[in-house]
Design a protein around this ligand. Sequence first.
Ligand SMILES: [Zn+2]
Ligand SMILES: [Zn+2]
Length: 354
Amino acid sequence: MAKDYYKILGVDKGSSQEDIKKAFRKLAHQYHPDKAGGDEAKFKEANEAYQVLGDEKKRGQYDQFGAAAFDGSGGFGGFSGGAGPGSAWDFSGGAGFEDLGDIFGNLFGGGRGRQERRGSDIQVDVDITFKDSIFGVNKEVELIKTDTCDRCGGTGGEPGEGMETCKDCDGNGVQMGVQRTVFGNVQTKRTCATCQGTGEIPKKICTSCQGQGTQRKKQRLTVTIPSGVENGSMLRVRGQGEAIKVGATGDLFVRLHVPHDTRFERDGATLISEATIGFTQAALGDTIEVETVDGLVDLKIPAGTQSGSQFRLRGKGVPHGRGRGDQLVVVNIKTPEKLSREQKKLLEELDLKE
Ligand SMILES: [Zn+2]
Ligand SMILES: [Zn+2]
């Protein structure tokens, strides 16, 4: 069953972002697991709902496409194409929603109306094997980063103590000022620094984060590396960067390091390898074993094969879309360097001039 995020937060569809934030705060305090009578499941549910409705862009997508867009079962791949070195692949671990967001965002011209506060992006370097770069792999990454405070859930307030109206802005979230200019006095408006525009502050600050709403944490994270990446490919994991108290969490960028494999060259989805055969094999034909990323496979060499001939092994290349690229095997013919007297004699008798 699709979840009704509006119902979870107890707000109606026409609610303002401010109302949604307030409703979430109320629930977060009510259900905070550290509190007597807290309810972790409900706390998480409210959090999940707020992750979507609290973000205008996501909320718009939710309104348009419903919760189905969020369950990750959509047919969209985990990343967007263009996997060359240095290009960014967008994907989000498991949820898949951000990808939908990007796709829909591009289709419908959606975008954030105003500059929003955002945590910093962070970057980690990850080494993977050549084979993992072809087939993809789940890689555990350890990082230390600023994350949402466990105790207060990011509100900066001591659980159960409630919020009060910000005195510096009278709950408006903005501070008015007057600036003298050559045109006379101009009224200025800026986001209240005390409450960061939320209009309320905790009655008591969280003892764990001193009201910051965030704390430094060591974290282990499993990053799903898609198939077909290359050395230098960059993955973007949405929302796994640094958290800030009010605003979106930054992104995590994973730069991949893939060692060169001397057996294979890569050209997009095609793998290219070389095989060396003997003079007689080339002339009479043979079946040889060729290395592929799937292991050894047989390759039939037809009689009369020339040096430099290419043979295609279908589906032995790099996975892309729903299929796989091919492997091209370039055949080199080795001319014998040392011949026995008997071999020499035979060749002379053949007298092959063409
Ligand atoms: Zn805290
Ligand atoms: Zn304020």
